[in-house]
Design a binder for this molecule. Structure first.
Ligand code: NAD
Ligand code: DAU
Length: 352
């Protein structure tokens, strides 16, 4: 038995693969095309581990996926691969349509062909797990209840529209063809191996470099934050016990305004790596807002708790402390990502 993971060299995917192989010996076939966001160094601890098979390839490549499915006969596909950064989707939406929409369509068609020829228990237990986001539900007002699975879809950015489209495809492939799917919609993750163009890692690495900490607009936008290994355990719970065709929201019950996140990061750095030049909060700089910036996300995660007994293990206080400490302990990882040196390794290893 094995599982096929897509996007397993990215932030959440690599945490998921590492976590999976810490908990089980079931092999992982990891398909990732290694965009700028894919960093196989995240998986360096698995070098030589026969349980991890890394394949550099594109989810839009149907022949490759057909071959991987025929060769490895996975019992599940866990689909992380995506373009994931909202700001990049605003400056260049094309890649988001290709990977998030066409790529998911392609994977669903390959999964359908593979699943259709399975029989008996193999067919009954097969799962297509689609990893999605809370951003598909749009933006909340301050007094609104958090997003439930029944909320209408109101995506506002090219990124969230592309993820919403992929969620609809997954739903339709279940409804029309009976493909055994589950979907999870998760809030903002943070933790190790987070690419430093997203809020929390960007603030940590900029602060340590004495650079400005850019806060969009008034900094009062609210996100719900979940430590990445809690997302991984939520996915494992849904993969193991989620009802077919259902969606499950995953969140940390941690609503925070962006400026409070930045202040918290600064305070932790003041404690753990004091700067003789003064408190890190001196670097906070309010900048132009993100176009179409969603004001508030919040997740109602009661369904996954009620049905599957899942709750996050980390509080925000424990998770953010671990995260800041991880970045302090891994200056080489940060330096190689920032200099682009990890790309040299990718082209040396995989040729271009
Ligand atoms: P990421 O950008 O860090 O990683 C994405 C990975 O997908 C990279 O390794 C990249 O190389 C790979 N990839 C991109 N295009 C590909 C293609 N065409 N074929 C194969 N591989 C490809 O993203 P992330 O933050 O780890 O997010 C993973 C998934 O979780 C995404 O589907 C995202 O929408 C979802 N999600 C993310 C968050 C979050 O806070 N980061 C929250 C909820 C849901
Ligand atoms: O909600 C889940 C989503 O969370 C995921 O689906 C996305 O893949 C993931 O990237 C994340 O999206 P966000 O847009 O919320 O994440 P980001 O880290 O880019 O921004 C978080 C908040 O911080 C957002 O309100 C914008 C703000 N921000 C971000 C950056 C990079 C700033 O104020 N300054 C910044 O420099």
């Amino acid at each position: 038995m094995s599982i096929l993971v897509t996007g397993g060299a990215g932030f959440i995917g690599s945490n998921f693969v590492l976590d999976w192989l810490r908990q089980s010996d079931e092999p992982v076939v990891n398909l990732d095309v290694l965009t700028y966001a894919g960093n196989p160094e995240n998986l360096a601890s698995l070098d030589g581990d026969a349980r991890h098979v890394f394949v550099k390839g594109d989810i839009c490549d149907r022949a490759l996926i057909d071959r991987l499915l025929a060769e490895h006969r996975p019992r599940a596909i866990v689909h992380f691969a995506a373009e994931s950064h909202v700001d990049r989707s605003i400056s260049g939406p094309g890649a988001f349509m290709r990977t998030n929409v066409e790529g998911t369509f392609n994977l669903l068609e390959a999964a359908r062909a593979y699943w259709s020829q399975l029989a008996g228990e193999e067919k009954a237990s097969f799962r297509f797990h689609h990893v999605s986001t809370d951003e598909v539900y749009g933006s909340l007002q301050a007094q609104d209840p958090p997003f439930a699975e029944t909320n209408p879809y109101e995506p506002n950015s090219p990124y969230s529209a592309s993820k919403a489209a992929s969620d609809h495809l997954v739903r339709a492939w279940h409804h029309t063809y009976g493909l055994p799917v589950v979907t999870t919609n998760c809030s903002n993750n943070y933790g190790p191996y987070h690419f430093p163009e997203k809020l929390i890692p960007l603030m940590i690495v900029n602060a340590l470099a004495g650079k400005p900490l850019p806060v969009y607009g008034d900094g009062q936008q609210i996100r719900d934050w979940l430590y990445v290994t809690d997302h991984c355990s939520g996915i494992r719970a849904v993969l193991a016990g989620g009802r077919l065709g259902e969606t499950y929201n995953i969140g940390g019950w941690n609503e925070k305004a962006n400026i409070d996140i930045v202040e918290t990061v600064c305070a932790l750095l003041d404690e753990l790596r004091p700067d003789p030049a003064g408190p890190y909060s001196r670097l906070i700089s309010y900048v132009k807002d993100r176009p179409g910036h969603d004001r508030r996300y919040a997740i109602d995660a009661r369904k996954i708790e009620r049905e599957l007994g899942w709750r996050p293990a980390e509080t925000f206080e424990t998770g953010i402390r671990k995260t800041v400490q991880w970045y302090l302990d891994h200056p080489d990882w940060v330096a190689r990502v920032q200099s682009g040196a990890y790309r040299d390794w990718v082209s040396q290893q995989y040729g271009g």
